[in-house]
Design a protein around this ligand. Structure first.
Ligand code: AMP
Ligand code: MG
Length: 342
């Protein structure tokens, strides 16, 4: 397949209409959002949705998030929008929060991965919003990477994984949040956080009161388990190199690396550590006490680990509070839950 790449700088660019038309016709278009790049298709067109799964190599039971640009579309996609959902949308939309409710009949099971629920989000990225508007349909859009690889935060990442497999790549610059949206389900008795992201548990509790946090946020699920969020049971975010998370302060981390490092080793460290690690290759993922910087660079840094030819990367343990919970959640999956304490 021929993949056309174009750059769109603003939401009034005329190329927005080309992307919108392609989507209406059932084509696949990678689009920038504030979280990561999404691989979009008409969420109501079963054939188009199936081609997303094929291009990504995504297991068909892993449901897609449906992206909307106005609230009326949400009404149409779900059975009922309850008070809690309304409050969340008022506070956090447009933005990096995905809300799960019971689906209406218009949502194909291909989109919901066979579930009776549907995940919906209204992104804040102006180009994403404009493309949804131009298409005139809600857009299913999982991360625009090959399944299992680190999620794409630049158009280059998308090109690396999906060139020749999709119709268009819209380059709208780098993604700001850098990790995928927070996913909360309201289809269970108690609101439950299924995936941490840019909207933190504390922010959600500020609106809803106490929420549950799914086990899958912290722990490995087996592939045959009935996961509340099917995506959490699959291998994720993995570069070719092996990732090991090292629980230690800076001093112990650096001295551990001085013992184990060889030419195939990378220190996946914070900016502040770099100076003390002159004896080993380094890839930086943000600053030590700044979870936002870690989130926005994590996926690019995981890809860099392979680009510098490492076989093993020792990662510093991230802060787990606020947005740090999302960083931790992605990094432990990239590391296949391999954490050591030194
Ligand atoms: P991605 O599209 O790559 O950001 O992944 C979407 C995430 O949302 C995956 O972890 C899915 O399992 C989860 N998800 C989407 N729809 C649902 C749903 N209806 N119920 C539970 N989890 C969902
Ligand atoms: Mg993904």
């Amino acid at each position: 397949m021929k993949t056309e790449i174009f750059e769109i700088k603003s939401s009034d660019d005329e190329k927005i209409q080309i992307a919108g038309k392609a989507l209406r016709e059932g084509k696949l278009v990678a689009i920038p959002t504030e979280t990561v790049y999404g691989l979009a298709a008409n969420a109501l067109d079963e054939k188009a949705v199936r081609s997303i799964f094929a291009a990504k190599g995504r297991p068909s039971d892993n449901p897609l998030i449906v992206h909307i640009s106005r609230l009326e579309q949400w009404d149409f996609l779900v059975e009922k929008i309850d008070e809690r959902a309304k409050l969340l949308a008022e506070k956090f939309w447009p933005g990096p929060l995905t809300i799960i409710l019971k689906k209406s009949d218009v949502v194909p099971e291909a989109t919901s991965g066979g579930l009776k629920t549907v995940a919906v989000r209204m992104p804040s990225h102006p180009i994403a919003r404009a493309i949804i508007e131009a298409s005139g349909v809600p857009l299913a859009a999982p991360s625009a990477n090959t399944s299992g690889k680190p999620s794409p935060t630049t158009a280059k990442h998308v090109e690396k994984d999906l060139f020749g497999k999709i119709d268009y790549i819209v380059n709208g610059g780098d993604c700001s949040v850098g990790v995928e949206s927070t996913v909360i389900t309201l289809a269970t008795e108690k609101p439950t956080l299924l995936r941490p992201g840019g909207i933190t548990p504390e922010m959600l509790e500020g609106v809803l009161g106490e929420i549950e946090i799914s086990d899958s946020v912290f722990n490995k699920l087996s592939e045959d388990s009935e996961a509340a969020s099917p995506g959490m049971k699959y291998q994720h975010y993995s570069p070719k190199a092996k990732i090991v998370i090292v629980k230690a302060d800076e001093e112990r981390y650096c001295s551990f690396l001085s013992e184990v490092a060889d030419e195939k080793t990378v220190a996946l460290c914070f900016e502040e550590d770099k100076e003390k690690l002159s004896f080993v290759k380094t890839v930086v993922y943000g600053k030590e006490k700044d979870s936002f910087s870690q989130a926005s660079s994590l996926f690019d840094s995981l890809r860099q680990v392979d680009e510098v030819g490492a076989e093993i990367a020792y990662a510093r343990f991230p802060e787990m509070s606020g947005v740090g919970l999302a960083v931790f959640n992605r990094l432990i999956r990239a590391a296949a839950f391999n954490i050591i304490e030194v």
